[in-house]
Design a protein around this ligand. Structure first.
Ligand SMILES: [Zn+2]
Length: 355
């Protein structure tokens, strides 16, 4: 067990302060010796480069953590600058006929060495059923070990370490080894995990003077590239900000859980996300009660159309024509789980200058 506050201070007391640099291995396969700390000593592992898609994925993960937590997570290509070093490995020394180590992290090293290693045994995930397109095992391992690196522990009680405690599965906390009922590991931190991380690191904005006095208690959550899961983690009013261009449709639309208009939640689209609105000073919003209305509204030059029955929000990129436009013009942009009522009051568009 490590003390969380000490762990945070180990990071924050460095010259880079609240900037936490993470680094990913991109070299040739080679044997590297990692100090696992404590009584385990050093272990030799065969490191392999973090694959391109995992590289992108990890950047998304840290960007999202950045929005939830006070520290700033910054990608570095310089291993000497790294606070968190991410390695992929083969099964070498981590898998035998009788046991498999999916990965490990070395939070203990933060104090002594100034960095923490996060190791993901890619072969173990593949052996457990991961494919190139769908890899919940390795995703779970990576999130779990990054969780350790950031000071999270396994579920437990009275100092006992109980990763297999049947009270929890990875949907409750990524720090559980148990799979949820459907047999597929959760692929992101749970609300509880984010709250626990906030306990350690503080919430984003904790140490800054709010720039807008009216929004002191407002939480902001940014959209993700591809289909993301956005979850407001508290009862504070939340603004979900769509500030970057993403493809439309099922592959690009983020799912938003717990969107609650009554507690002040809102959606903000900037013109980075919807360039079509750059030169506009007004926009139109329609609500479809059924499929037929949805079809009609797509031809009506409404900019936003909400299909409440499914919680789907569309952006109409082709005005009077049928449908929503090409994939880079318009289509499904967000899905509000629980199908809450949405009115124009919860929708905001912000024109950002392009430079
Ligand atoms: Zn663990």
């Amino acid at each position: 067990m490590i003390d969380c506050k000490t762990h945070r201070d180990d990071f924050f007391s460095r010259s880079t302060g609240q900037e936490i640099y993470y680094w990913m291995y991109s070299g040739q396969p080679q044997i590297v010796s990692i100090n696992r700390g404590g009584t385990s000593g050093s272990i030799e592992i065969e490191v392999i480069r973090v694959r391109d898609e995992d590289y992108e994925w990890a950047i998304d993960v840290f960007n999202e953590l950045d929005y939830y937590l006070e520290p700033e997570f910054i990608l570095t290509e310089d291993i000497n600058q790294a606070d968190i070093r991410l390695w992929g490995t083969t099964g070498y020394n981590l898998m035998s006929e009788t046991s498999t180590l999916f990965g490990f992290a070395t939070p203990f090293n933060a104090d002594e060495k100034g960095y923490v290693d996060v190791v993901v045994n890619v072969d173990a995930g593949i052996a457990a059923g991961d494919t190139e397109e769908f890899d919940p095992e390795n995703t779970h391992t990576a999130l779990h070990e990054i969780g350790h690196a950031l000071g999270l522990s396994h579920p437990g009680v009275n100092g006992r370490d109980l990763p297999y405690w049947e009270l929890y599965d990875s949907e409750d906390t990524i720090m559980s080894y148990n799979k949820p009922e459907d047999g597929v590991h959760a692929m992101y931190y749970s609300e509880g995990d984010i709250l626990a991380l906030r306990e350690i690191w503080g919430a984003e904005g904790d140490y800054k003077t709010p720039s807008n006095p009216g929004s002191t208690n407002r939480e902001t959550i940014y959209s993700q590239t591809g289909k993301g899961q956005l979850k407001s983690s508290s009862i504070q009013p939340t603004t979900f900000i769509f500030d970057s261009f993403d493809k439309f449709g099922k592959k690009g639309a983020d799912k938003i859980t717990k969107f609650n208009p009554d507690s002040g939640d809102s959606l903000l689209f900037t013109t980075n996300a919807l360039p079509a609105l750059i030169n506009r000073d007004e926009y139109f919003f329609g609500i479809a009660k059924n499929k037929k209305q949805l079809k009609r509204l797509s031809k009506d030059c409404n900019d936003f159309v909400y299909y409440q029955k499914k919680g789907q929000l569309y952006f109409d990129g082709n005005c009077y024509e049928k449908g929503w436009g090409r994939k880079n013009e318009g289509g499904l942009i967000a899905v509000l789980k629980g199908k809450p009522e949405l009115t124009v009051d919860q929708l905001m568009v912000e024109i950002v200058s392009v430079d």
